[in-house]
Design a protein around this ligand. Structure first.
Ligand code: FE
Length: 236
């Protein structure tokens, strides 16, 4: 038998892979980055063909890998993981500098980076495996721990977009908390996060028992960072 859930036992990291095209930048969350050889220093990364970042890497043949810190907030990861560079400029309000490849290196919530030049691309149906030579790399913060994919999923309760290399369709878990009877739940159209008034959003100072309508105007989805207007009521 093939137990797809056992694939979650594989260990991965959490990275923002960025690239450029025609003076524009894009980046996305990727967990499938690994070193191939020490000399020359080569890495591989698997990127979904639907991602704008895929188009940019294919065009420019260069990319950077920004290594996320365990302390990176879920909303920061969501901005790069669930939003598309076709809709928003993901680098707005994000600290970065331009590396020697001309591609942004993200400085917020990261502990280091790699810059790489693609030497070979392997078509893997839905994804492309980019094999690349590292041309620069640096540790930015030795005191912080890199985030693992397991930490993101299990501790931060992070979600996985359908375009991820490791996405597996899993049945939703049973409801833990009963909803507040007269308040509607709202679902994020971008990432599927459900705001439950019975639970609130304690990470962002919203107490249990707060109706969606009463959330502050600047409240954003704690998973992916979109505003309230991207939510719709969940019909029971
Ligand atoms: Fe969301």
């Amino acid at each position: 038998m093939v137990d797809l859930e056992s694939l979650f036992k594989l260990s991965y990291g959490m990275y923002i892979v960025s690239s450029k095209k025609d003076g524009k930048f894009d980046g996305c969350i990727v967990n499938t980055v690994f070193q191939l050889t020490p000399e020359p220093p080569m890495i591989a990364v698997s990127v979904n063909r639907q991602n704008l970042t895929h188009e940019y890497i294919t065009d420019s043949k260069v990319f950077t890998v920004s290594i996320l810190s365990e302390a990176a907030p879920t909303s920061f990861i969501g901005k790069f993981g669930f939003r598309s560079g076709r809709d928003i400029d993901k680098f707005e309000q994000v600290g970065y500098r331009i590396g020697q490849t001309g591609v942004p290196i993200i400085l917020d919530n990261t502990i280091g980076f790699l810059e790489a030049e693609v030497t070979r691309s392997i078509d893997v149906v839905t994804h492309t495996l980019f094999i690349a030579k590292i041309v620069a790399s640096q540790t930015l913060d030795d005191g912080k721990v890199p985030m693992t994919y397991a930490y993101y999923r299990d501790i931060k309760q992070g979600k996985t977009p359908k375009t991820a290399a490791t996405y597996i369709k899993v049945k939703p878990k049973a409801k833990i908390t009963e909803g507040v009877s007269n308040m509607k739940k709202y679902k994020c159209l971008m990432c599927g996060y459900i705001y439950d008034p019975a639970v609130g959003d304690s990470d962002n100072g919203v107490e249990a028992g707060t109706a969606f309508e009463d959330l502050p105007g600047d409240w954003v989805c704690p998973e992916c960072g979109v505003g309230k207007d991207e939510f719709e009521p969940v019909e029971d």
